[in-house]
Each structure stands twice: as structure tokens, then as C-alpha cells.
Design a protein around this ligand. Structure first.
Ligand SMILES: CCCCCCCCCCCCCC(=O)SCCNC(=O)CCNC(=O)[C@H](O)C(C)(C)COP(=O)(O)OP(=O)(O)OC[C@H]1O[C@@H](n2cnc3c(N)ncnc32)[C@H](O)[C@@H]1OP(=O)(O)O
Length: 194
């Protein structure tokens, strides 16, 4: 059984999402927005190391290789880890809009177990935008990009200003992120689409 709550239905005045002209080209890897991010960061030894690739429009694909440290039940990915993979994939979409946004609501369906040693193939798209609200959905498949659906999610992201992180984050990490020599990562963390 599945179904999403009313707050994930875009309002009547929502608009079609528009890909930013400077968004990475279709097929291009997005890279990490922050090296220590649990979802995508390459410097985070315990993380998912999720790799997202821009698709057409405001869509992308991503891969998550499930390792032993991601287990819940023996030999199977933990549900919270799978929700994290969905959250990270959905969050990466906002870079195609060139908007900084955080997850307000994430609703997940777990349809099949995901074994350790497999790759979760994710695809995600923004479906609508209404003011600061960004509506999106994602699907994760096992056994290949056309394999059976294991997980699905719908989400509402809320656009925030960079002050959201500066005011709420720990100063040492904020400072480190602001002085990151990787210009793309810095732009991704601190540029706001006007
Ligand atoms: C330094 C590093 C930088 C990194 C940058 C890249 C980041 C990428 C990270 C990616 C990592 C992966 C992603 C992650 O893990 S992101 C981390 C997980 N998410 C968070 O920590 C977010 C925590 N929440 C908040 O900070 C605030 O609640 C936010 C900012 C979201 C809204 O508080 P704010 O005071 O600003 O706004 P508002 O309360 O007036 O709400 C505005 C509108 O939205 C509607 N609404 C709000 N919530 C919900 C809800 N749950 N269901 C339905 N609707 C909701 C609300 O009704 C209103 O609607 P309307 O009345 O206008 O119609």
C-alpha cells in the first residue's frame, strides 16, 4: 500500500521546474556538495558515497553501492540508510535549479529488501515548484537501472538562504566549508539563485 500526504501535493499555482542555464550537462557527475556529507561526501569514511549524474530537465540518476556497514537486518540494507540515499538523491536535484534547499518532508515506501553487495539505482525528478517549496520524487531499483523497484519517495524541499547553515551549523565546519578550495563545492554550498 502506498499514498502520500496532502502536504506533498503541489498547490494549484505551482509551476513547472526550470533547469538553471548553468546546471551540469546531462550525463555529467554532480560530485559532492560537501566532502564530509554522509550522503555524498568523498571524505566521509562512514558515508554512502552516493554518486549523482545530471539527467534531462530537472532530473538525475544516482548509484548507491550497499556495503556491510549499511546493514540493518543481516545482509540487508537498513531502511534508514535507504531513506538517506533517497533524501540525498532528491536533495541533489536542487543543484540543477541552483537553489539551496533542505528537506522539509520525506515520505518513503519500502517495496523490496536491498541486499548488501548490490547497487541501488536511483532516479529522481523535480515535479513542481511553488514559491520556496520544491516538490520531487525518486525511485530506487535493484538488479540494474531497469530492475524491480525497491524503494520510492516523495519529498518537499524548502528553499533557504545560506544563513540557515551559518546560523545553525557548528562554526568550525561552516568555516571549513567556506574556505573549501573546490570552487564548485563552495558555489553549491553558498550560492543562492536570486
Ligand atoms: C555549509 C554547508 C551548506 C550545504 C548546502 C547544500 C545543502 C544540501 C543538503 C542536502 C542534504 C540532504 C537533504 C537534507 O538532509 S537537509 C537536512 C534535513 N532537513 C532539515 O534539517 C530541515 C529542518 N527544518 C527547518 O530548518 C525548517 O523547518 C525549514 C527551513 C524547512 C522551514 O522553515 P522556515 O521558517 O524557513 O519556513 P516555514 O516554516 O514558514 O515553511 C515554509 C513553507 O513550507 C511549508 N513546510 C515547511 N515544512 C513543512 C513540512 N515538513 N511539511 C509540509 N510543509 C512544510 C510551510 O507550511 C510553509 O508553507 P506556506 O505557509 O508558505 O504555504
Amino acid at each position: 500500500m502506498s499514498g502520500t500526504s496532502a502536504s506533498l501535493q503541489p498547490p494549484a499555482d505551482a509551476v513547472t521546474p526550470v533547469r538553471h542555464p548553468d546546471a551540469p550537462a546531462p550525463g555529467e557527475l554532480l560530485g559532492a556538495h560537501y566532502g564530509e556529507c554522509f550522503g555524498c561526501g568523498g571524505e566521509q569514511p562512514h558515508g554512502l558515497h552516493l554518486q549523482a549524474r545530471a539527467g534531462e530537465g530537472v532530473s538525475l540518476t544516482a548509484e548507491f553501492a550497499v556495503r556491510p556497514e549499511h546493514q540493518g537486518a543481516p545482509g540487508l540494507a537498513h531502511g534508514g540508510i535507504l531513506a538517506t540515499a533517497l533524501d540525498e538523491t532528491l536533495g541533489s536535484l536542487n543543484w540543477l535549479l541552483r537553489t539551496i534547499a533542505v528537506t522539509g518532508r520525506l515520505e518513503t515506501d519500502f517495496r523490496r529488501p536491498v541486499p548488501v553487495g548490490t547497487t541501488l539505482h536511483l532516479e529522481a525528478e523535480v515535479t513542481a515548484v511553488a514559491g520556496r517549496k520544491i516538490y520531487s520524487r525518486a525511485t530506487g531499483r535493484v538488479g540494474g537501472p531497469d530492475g524491480p523497484v525497491a524503494v520510492r519517495a516523495e519529498a518537499l524541499f524548502i528553499e533557504v538562504k545560506v544563513d540557515h547553515f551559518i546560523d545553525n551549523g557548528r562554526p568550525e565546519e561552516i568555516q571549513a566549508a567556506m574556505s573549501d578550495p573546490d570552487q564548485v563545492r563552495r558555489a553549491r554550498a553558498f550560492e543562492v539563485n536570486p
